[in-house]
Structures are given as structure tokens and as C-alpha cells.
Design a binder for this molecule. Structure first.
Ligand SMILES: [Zn+2]
Length: 414
């Protein structure tokens, strides 16, 4: 799981939740499939925790509090400073000593030891990974992973007021919301979910000791948004999984290469250039398209207008948000199109006209593409193609989509 990328999306989703403030009733079902059936062992297995037999130890469980350091916790459980120092001098010490408020830890002491001296200390870095500090014989530190069962899970929900609160209340972490917002990024406006929108989704749950501790991939589903059912059927093409509707159309959208016709590039994306008015080196994290006054400017893809106003340097400018990842900005417009802030526009809709308002030396469009809030080079921006399933693959697609549609159809929407 790529955490960094997930985290970025997570932040976006979190802020979206605050802004949107919508509610939902949701039911979740996480079931073991037949593949998970295990042979019943002949005798009772030895109960283990973190790889150590439970009955050999007195185990104290707690969580990291505000102000706790690894050293202070270990000292509390009788580990001498000399041994804490040894950990600090280990090559991976920075990693080993990094602990986070709220994460659980377990102290293994001798059963007769009322002072609860730590012979083994286990810090749970994540629901899947833990670090063992073994003080029985000098100091040994190592990372380990829980045995994880991957279980196919389903969830469904009807939006009444707040999707994310109830997802959380049901014990699902944000990864499910993040996964769903990625799958339907181009077809569902997560900033404007409506009452009576609903969804059914199939995803992986990672289970440790029978408990779902983390959400894996979202496999398939249907999201009903504004009364329209948006299916997401996975299909592998050139060994890449992409999502399609039930007819084999991609559920992703493309971007126009240039958001206007009859143009030439007058200024490229660069980290430093001479500003034409202020004559100081200034980064130009955009592309300038020179075009006659009044040339129509198009929405580069399907999205929602978030800004449409006059700005000092920008002149008349428009910002469009496409999904939780991409936005574009259009500056120096002579006038706006008919769409206002909050309007949903389709690729090719006219959102304004070329002009020279603001800090501008002549009619041109200053065009920015933002990816996760960062200005990227619009000319290098190459979103993956959104081609439908081709005729050569259609038979396989139709065969493979059926089990998904049946499975999703069986999910009960409450
Ligand atoms: Zn510019």
C-alpha cells in the first residue's frame, strides 16, 4: 500500500467531508468466503501473541500517551537506561524509537513479577506491523508482521446526512472512503453528494485474529449519484486494472490537450523566467496560449467551477475542480462564459473568452493544471487514456463482468 499517495488523497477527502457535511446510513458486511475455511486442528493450539506463547507471560497492554517517549515507557517498566541507550545506538534506531500517541503497546513480564519488569516490549506500529524489543538476553530489536487473512467484504449505504461519519462509526477506516473516491473520481462529485445517493461496493478487508484491521483494494461497485447509477467493473487490459461501466465505457475522463483552438504557445512552464511586466525572474508554473481577443476557452474536462472572479494579477479568472486530484485555472479572460461558481461543466463547454485583464501584455490565456494542489506542467500532463473496451476484448469483458454484477446485485441496500 502506497501510504504517501493515500495520505494526500486522505487529506483531500477529510477536508471534503468537513465541507460537505452530508450524512448516511450504512450497513457493512464482512464475511469469510469459502476459501478461508480452515481445517479444525486435532488439539487446542497454543495461544500466541506477537509470536510468544501467552501462558508464559504476564501481559500488560496500554497505549502511547501524549509526552511519552520510547525511553520513558521502557523506564516505567524497569528497563535500565543502559539498555535504552543500546537501542538508540542501533543503526535503525530512529525508526525503532519513533512512536505515536494512541498506538498500542504490550509489556511481557515474568508471571510472578509484581513490578511488571519488561522482558519483552512490543510496540504496534500499525494494525499489520509491530516491533519487538527483546530484553531477555542483552537487547534484540526486530520488526514483524501479523498473519493477515485477506477477506472479500461488501458495504452499502444510502446517503441521508453524513456518509463519512457513519463509515467511521461502523469501524471502517478512511481507506475505504479514499478507495471509493479514487474509483469514482471522474464520475461522482464527492463534493456534492446528494440525499438519496447510494452505493454498493466490494473490497478487500485485511483481517488479523478475526478482526478487520485495514481496508485493501476497492474491487467493484455501483454508486448512484443524482439518480444515475455509475457502475465500476474492473477489467484487466495490458495487465492494468481499469474500471468500466457495464457497457465497457471507461469511467475515467480525459483532458483536452489545449483548452482553446487557434492558438500558439507564447510562454512555457518554467521554474524561472523574466516576468514581462515586473522584469524580475519569476517562476511560470503554467502555459501561456497566445490567441485573438475573444477566442472561446473550454473546460478541459468534466468538473465543477469553484472560482469565477476578478483577481489583481490574474484578471478575470476561472478555476475548475475535476475530482479530488485535479484542478485547472484560466486567467486574463476578457469575459466569462455563462457558467457560475458551483455549476457543473462538461469537457468543451465555454467557460470564458481570451482577454488581457490583470497583469498581461496582450491577449493570451494563462493556463495552470494543479495536481494535488501542486502546479504541474500542462504540456507534460498526460492523464491515462480513457478508451472503452475494444471489440477484440469485448467478449472477455462481457464474460468477466457478469459475476461482478451478480455479486453487487446481491448486496442488500438498507
Ligand atoms: Zn502566464
Amino acid at each position: 500500500m502506497k501510504l504517501s499517495k493515500t495520505n494526500i488523497v486522505l487529506i483531500v477527502v477529510l477536508s471534503l467531508i468537513v465541507v460537505a457535511g452530508i450524512a448516511i446510513a450504512v450497513i457493512m458486511f464482512c464475511g469469510k468466503t469459502e476459501d478461508d475455511r480452515v481445517e479444525v486442528p486435532e488439539e487446542e493450539p497454543v495461544e500466541m501473541r506477537f509470536g510468544f506463547p501467552v501462558y508464559d507471560w504476564k501481559i500488560t497492554n496500554d497505549t502511547v500517551r501524549q509526552g511519552d517517549y520510547l525511553g520513558t515507557i521502557l523506564n516505567r517498566y524497569g528497563v535500565p537506561m543502559s539498555q535504552v541507550d543500546k537501542i538508540a545506538r542501533m543503526s535503525d534506531s530512529v525508526d525503532y524509537t519513533r512512536i505515536a500517541v494512541g498506538r498500542p503497546y504490550s509489556v511481557f513480564s515474568e508471571p510472578i513479577d509484581t513490578a511488571l519488569t519488561a522482558k519483552i516490549f512490543v510496540y504496534e506500529n500499525s494494525p499489520l506491523m509491530f516491533t519487538v524489543f527483546d530484553f531477555r538476553d542483552s537487547v534484540a530489536v526486530f520488526r514483524n508482521y501479523h498473519d493477515v487473512d485477506t477477506v472479500e467484504c461488501t458495504a452499502s449505504g444510502r446517503i441521508t446526512s453524513s456518509l463519512w461519519n457513519v463509515l467511521d462509526a461502523q469501524g471502517y477506516d478512511w481507506d475505504l472512503a479514499v478507495g471509493m473516491s479514487q474509483v469514482w473520481a471522474w464520475t461522482v462529485d464527492f463534493y456534492a453528494l446528494q440525499k438519496d445517493d447510494w452505493f454498493k461496493v466490494v473490497f478487500d478487508g485485511y483481517r488479523v485474529d478475526g478482526e478487520t484491521v485495514r481496508i485493501g483494494k476497492v474491487h467493484a461497485g455501483v454508486f448512484s449519484h443524482n439518480g444515475k447509477e455509475m457502475w465500476a467493473i474492473p477489467f484487466v487490459r495490458d495487465s492494468v486494472v481499469e474500471f468500466f461501466d457495464t457497457c465497457g465505457q471507461s469511467i475515467r475522463k480525459t483532458f483536452m490537450k489545449a483548452p482553446l483552438k487557434f492558438t500558439r504557445i507564447s510562454s512555457r512552464y518554467t521554474n524561472s523566467r523574466m516576468h514581462p511586466i515586473h522584469h524580475v525572474p519569476k517562476a511560470h508554473l503554467a502555459v501561456d496560449f497566445s490567441a485573438p481577443m475573444g477566442t472561446p476557452i473550454y473546460a478541459a474536462s468534466d468538473g465543477r467551477i469553484t472560482i469565477r472572479q476578478y483577481g489583481n494579477g490574474a484578471g478575470n479568472y476561472v478555476k475548475i475542480r475535476y475530482n479530488s486530484i485535479y484542478e485547472t485555472v484560466y486567467m486574463h479572460l476578457s469575459k466569462f462564459g455563462k457558467y457560475n461558481v458551483g455549476d457543473y461543466v462538461h469537457q468543451g463547454d465555454v467557460i470564458g473568452y481570451v482577454g488581457s485583464t490583470g497583469w498581461s501584455t496582450g491577449p493570451h490565456l494563462h493556463y495552470e493544471v494543479h495536481e494535488n494542489g501542486k502546479k504541474i506542467n500542462p504540456l507534460n500532463f498526460d492523464p491515462p487514456p480513457a478508451e472503452p473496451v475494444d471489440s477484440a476484448n469485448m467478449e472477455r469483458f462481457n464474460r468477466e463482468k457478469r459475476p461482478w454484477i451478480e455479486k453487487i446485485g446481491k448486496i442488500v441496500l438498507e
